[in-house]
Design a protein around this ligand. Structure first.
Ligand code: 5AD
Ligand code: SF4
Length: 503
């Protein structure tokens, strides 16, 4: 088995600094313990990404297929992986039978996400038997977990390649090795890598674009695996983010989604400048692009300067996703969220005062170890008090290696399930109230495409991110229209077109 770890990347030549034999000496499986370490060393930014010359044609006449699981960060990573593969000559396909390279870009946030991937990997055995030349790879957050890598090595030996979230830029070299060595190639750096700029991207959507502003997370909420799988917080330089947004504006994109595990912590790692997320937004809003969103926020870093900048409106749309996780200060303490219920409510009050029509959404976990009925009711009451437009609700899922996984948990599974249902009921009522309040209003939509359930109908999103269906000509896709809201349901709105908007 050839295992590569902590190899020095040589981006231009594609040569690794160590020989295959050396790798055996450097073999370390991915280690969550190492991933927890936060070093003081500077993060380098590399601008010299390029596909090594001898690999630029390697995929000519061949096809790739990427299955993506999880969050928008992962979907955006898939766009980068696709960009790299296309620069190597590969073309995309949706057909497994046609694919020469199949990659699973995985998510580790909850157990059911992992179960799905293992199920799919099992199905790939037959495909691999029928076509031994297909390269099957696993990347994304699961590949950063030692238990996953061990399981793949022991039970899914038909996998050819495992690479981590910090190793995407190494794909050309790894793919070549996987092709020619016929052994499982594993390269997972447990310590985060540097920031690699200028990687190619294949953007799926021609209207909306994701832009990473930072990588990693240093919050270490006790239930969460992300700080281990994505490494320490590293912000892209403002000039690089701004240049990318400008370029997307020039290409005609209508909406930008700025991405980070915790965007409000943007810039905290800069040592040479005092520059935070508020400063970044204040510059980006001057770029000629109609809509700018961001996700996701942590209540702790959401400061007054940011609220002040958001209140300027314009192309900074009034949608705020602000996970609160639990309405009980005691549970928040056990989660290491480092804010109280009162602090969260005060923050929401400030946001509502500064941005009165803000659409608010959140993430909530029920059944955290030891959560009492009373503590759960604090969550219900917070939901009612704030009146969120929508919420992502989750049942707590233990993640090996995180502090919460070893906390004593006396809450029976049935109780957790019933709490999830009770929470969803309360939230759905709130969503309906919010949507009903929009009846009769005329709102601006960015038309995204045909409705998923009815191709005769078009769908678009309001500035607040709400989905609206309406009848209209397909030529409107990718443009802005005004619609009057005529019907409101819990998850969707219906409208009638009033006018096309010139932006
Ligand atoms: N169990 C359940 N939900 C989780 N989340 C993160 N980790 C876990 C876990 N171990 C949820 C949080 C987070 C969202 C992205 O996923 O609510 O905000
Ligand atoms: Fe996970 Fe907390 Fe970081 Fe969000 S802020 S990614 S929940 S550790």
């Amino acid at each position: 088995m050839t295992v590569k770890n902590e190899a020095t990347p040589d981006l231009k030549s594609g040569k690794s600094a160590k020989t295959p034999d050396d790798y055996a000496k450097y073999f370390q499986p991915p280690s969550l313990k190492d991933a927890k370490k936060r070093g003081k060393e500077d993060i380098q930014v590399h601008y010299d990404f390029g596909i090594p010359e001898e690999m630029r044609e390697i995929g000519k006449g061949k096809h790739y297929l990427i299955r993506t699981y999880g969050c928008q960060m992962n979907e955006h990573d898939t766009e980068t992986i696709a960009g790299i593969l296309e620069q190597m000559g590969y073309e995309s396909t949706e057909e497994y039978q046609e694919a020469d390279v199949i990659l699973f870009n995985t998510c580790a946030i909850r157990e059911n996400a992992e179960d799905k991937v293992f199920g799919e990997l099992g199905h790939m055995k037959v495909l691999k038997r029928n076509n031994p030349n297909v390269i099957l790879g696993v990347c994304g957050c699961m590949s950063q977990e030692e238990s996953v890598v061990n399981k793949i090595m022991s039970k899914h030996a038909h996998v050819d390649l495992i690479f981590g979230t910090h190793n995407i830029h190494r794909l050309p070299v790894l793919l070549r090795d996987a092709m020619f060595q016929k052994e499982m190639v594993i390269e997972v750096w447990s310590k985060e890598g540097d920031i690699i700029e200028n990687m190619p991207k294949v953007r799926e959507d021609k209207t909306k674009a994701w832009v990473n502003i930072m990588y990693g997370c240093d919050k270490f909420c006790t239930y969460c695996i992300v700080p281990y799988t994505r490494g320490k917080e590293r912000s892209r330089r403002p000039e690089d983010v701004i240049a990318e947004v400008r370029d997307l504006a020039r290409q005609g994109f209508k909406e930008i989604m700025l991405l980070g595990q915790n965007v409000n912590a943007y810039g905290k790692d800069f040592e040479d400048i005092q520059y935070g997320f508020g400063h970044l937004l204040d510059e980006i809003r001057l770029i000629d692009i109609p809509r700018i969103r961001f996700t996701t926020s942590h209540p702790r870093d959401f400061d007054d300067h940011l609220i002040e900048v958001l209140a300027k409106g314009g192309n900074l749309v009034e949608q705020i996703h602000l996970p609160f996780q639990s309405g009980s200060t005691e549970v928040l303490k056990k989660m290491a969220r480092k804010y109280t219920r009162e602090h969260y409510l005060e923050l929401v009050r400030k946001i509502k005062a500064a941005i009165p029509n803000a659409t608010l959404s959140t993430d909530i976990i029920v059944g955290f170890p030891g959560e009492t009925e009373e503590q759960f009711e604090d969550t219900l009451s917070l939901v009612s008090e704030v009146g969120f437009d929508s919420a992502y609700t989750f049942m707590y899922s233990p993640r090996e290696g995180t502090p919460a996984a070893v906390m004593e948990d006396s809450v029976p599974e049935e109780v957790k399930k019933s709490r999830l249902h009770r929470l969803m009921e309360v939230q759905q009522k709130s969503s309906l109230v919010k949507n009903l309040a929009m009846l009769g209003q005329t709102v601006e939509l960015l038309v995204e495409g045909e409705s998923k359930n009815n191709p005769e109908v078009l769908s678009g999103r309001t500035r607040g991110g709400k989905l609206v269906h309406f009848n209209g000509d397909k030529s409107l896709i990718g443009t802005f229209v005004d619609v009057t809201i005529t019907d409101a349901k819990t998850f969707t709105l219906y409208g009638e077109i009033v006018a096309k908007v010139e932006v």
